[in-house]
Design a protein around this ligand. Structure first.
Ligand SMILES: [Zn+2]
Length: 154
């Protein structure tokens, strides 16, 4: 690869996994989440914008900003606005910091993330790790065929 003098590129490719659909998409880290349409709820659930309940536009910024200001700025919302409009940085940061849980399909139990599903089933099985789960399965079944037959049983 030919490199221009004085031109140093530190950018690299990373990926984003949507916890609602389960799909992962690579993206160049020089572009932000807004360009790829990715966001997270306040409980850290990553998802594509289209999964926000009611869509990104249904988020009530006035209410959200008041909540943020109450939490971080003693209720003073002035730094969240610029010329009477919501400051663009506030919108950008909220993609990462998280929109309110009431707009999140995972927080509202409309869908279950793979992480939650796995954690819940692990808890029901009484194991603390994948390793422990494997030990338990190994003890219970003589062969993989037997294990598969069990899974298909009604
Ligand atoms: Zn959530």
């Amino acid at each position: 690869m030919k490199t221009r003098e004085g031109f140093v590129s530190h950018s690299s490719t990373t990926s984003f996994t949507c916890e609602v659909s389960g799909d992962t998409e690579p993206y160049h880290d020089s572009i932000g989440w807004s360009e790829i349409g990715a966001c997270a709820c306040e409980n850290g659930h990553n998802m594509w914008d289209r999964y926000i309940i009611g869509g990104w536009s249904s988020i009530d910024w006035t209410e959200m900003i008041q909540e943020l200001a109450d939490k971080h700025d003693n209720g003073d919302t002035s730094s969240y606005y610029e010329d009477g409009e919501v400051h663009p940085d506030v919108i950008m940061e909220s993609r990462h910091e998280g929109f309110p849980a009431k707009f999140c399909p995972i927080c509202q139990f409309q869908v279950m993330s793979e992480n939650d599903e796995y954690a819940y089933l692990q808890k029901l099985a009484g194991v603390k790790s994948k390793k422990e789960l494997l030990v338990q399965v190994k003890e219970q079944f003589q062969s993989y065929e037997e294990f598969q037959a069990f899974l298909k049983e009604k």
